[in-house]
Design a protein around this ligand. Structure first.
Ligand SMILES: CC(C)(COP(=O)(O)OP(=O)(O)OC[C@H]1O[C@@H](n2cnc3c(N)ncnc32)[C@H](O)[C@@H]1OP(=O)(O)O)[C@@H](O)C(=O)NCCC(=O)NCCS
Length: 180
């Protein structure tokens, strides 16, 4: 089957946290991080689709670990799965300790991008993704569930049509009545 390997969509971006990026207590502002994550993930989507791709949505991001002024952060993204015109991209953020070379993961988010035609107006079909490693295969499988949940959240899918919700939370009994 024609497709593109996950590894071909890998994008890595490094930033040094400067005073202009921080809030009054010296932590990186969330908006800056989100902007870098969006661009990093968008480049992965462009690598996959071969053309312009727009952000359709971003699943939740928690700011559990502060990134401090002077820290070096590394953003890594790749396409986990392509559907029809849309692609799911994971973007992970790591704080790098230069002395030890250790990288600690601080943030993670799943983005959805839609490939557009040459006029940048109409969604176009994108190639399938070819997962190779165990992690890539796991992310690929689970992407179907995440897609259903985000489309339900966006009001673009009826929860009753979700294969994932039916399988995980409901059992169809013989009377055709759903029980939790
Ligand atoms: C994203 C966008 C192209 C979707 O257009 P649309 O008319 O809703 O198109 P469709 O309903 O045909 O959906 C196209 C694809 O987007 C996906 N999609 C739509 N809304 C989505 C959402 N909230 N989250 C994830 N995917 C979404 C659909 O599932 C579909 O994917 P598929 O073809 O793989 O099944 C359109 O809403 C848009 O242009 N939004 C603005 C994008 C932008 O400017 N982003 C920059 C940040 S402001």
């Amino acid at each position: 089957m024609e497709g593109r390997k996950v590894s071909d969509t890998l994008n890595i971006h490094t930033e040094l946290i400067m005073p202009a990026h921080t809030n009054p207590i010296g932590n990186l502002m969330g908006g800056h991080l989100l902007s870098w994550m969006d661009v990093c993930a968008g480049i992965s989507a462009i690598k996959h689709s071969g053309g312009i791709s727009v952000t359709a949505s971003l699943d939740n991001v928690s700011f559990n670990l502060p990134i401090k002024m002077g820290d070096i952060v590394i953003l890594k993204s790749f396409v986990t799965r392509a559907f029809n015109t849309s692609m799911e991209v994971i973007c992970e953020v790591f704080i790098k300790n230069i002395k030890t070379q250790e990288e600690v993961k601080s943030h993670e988010a799943f983005f959805s991008f839609v490939g557009l035609d040459f006029r940048n107006t109409t969604p176009i079909k994108v190639l399938p993704v070819i997962p190779e490693t165990e992690r890539e295969k796991e992310l690929y499988e689970d992407a179907l569930h995440r897609r259903e949940l985000r489309l339900i959240n966006a009001g673009k899918m009826n929860a009753k049509d979700s294969v994932y919700l039916k399988k995980e939370f409901f059992n169809d009994n013989d009377d055709g009545v759903n029980v939790i």
